[in-house]
Design a binder for this molecule. Structure first.
Ligand code: S3P
Length: 164
């Protein structure tokens, strides 16, 4: 059975929607960020500060390789930065892109300090967002708008797409 990979920018709701989808799809659920934190025994800001981003990216690929079949996977926003990750996801399942506008992300992550790449000047954040959205759009099998929608609404929309 195929996996479901939720992709999208930080704060797009991948973890929330992944757990909402679980009862509808009878699949396991895994959050890659949480998996890495448990594996390395460090929180993400500490991993970035002490080991660096490339260390973290290597663990994302290791996790993608270890995930068993029939799983809903909440990825980190940077999963699309590595081509091998995209190939692994395409080979093993369906990529669902949760699109959220930059303004909405800014509101959601206003006082968030757990995302090292969001703690950057505004022009860098805009550049990162624009570069990432073209990658998500390019590789997604299904695109779902999340701005101004409830989790229930988004979940139902995804389930409907998957049954089409
Ligand atoms: C990252 C997104 C984060 C986490 C790490 C790097 C990124 O996950 O993996 O801080 O590069 O966009 P979320 O998308 O769940 O916030």
């Amino acid at each position: 059975m195929k996996n479901i990979y939720l992709i999208g920018f930080m704060g797009s709701g991948k973890t929330t929607i992944g757990s909402c989808l679980q009862p509808f799809l009878q699949k396991d659920f895994i959050d890659i960020d949480q998996w890495i934190e448990a594996k390395v025994n460090m929180k993400i800001p500490t991993i970035f500060a002490t080991k660096g981003e490339s260390f973290f990216r290597k663990y994302e690929t290791i996790c993608l390789k270890e995930i068993s079949k029939n799983t809903i996977v909440a990825t980190g926003g940077g999963i699309v930065e590595v081509d091998e990750n995209i190939q692994l996801m395409k080979k093993n399942g369906t990529l669902i892109y949760l699109h959220t506008t930059f303004d909405e992300i800014t509101k959601r992550l206003k006082s968030n300090t757990t995302r090292p790449l969001w703690n950057a000047p505004i022009d860098e954040r805009i550049r990162l967002y624009n570069r990432r959205i073209s990658l998500y759009e390019k590789h997604a099998d299904i695109i779902v708008e999340t701005t101004e929608k409830t989790s229930e609404h988004i979940t139902k929309e995804i389930v409907k797409h998957l049954h089409e």
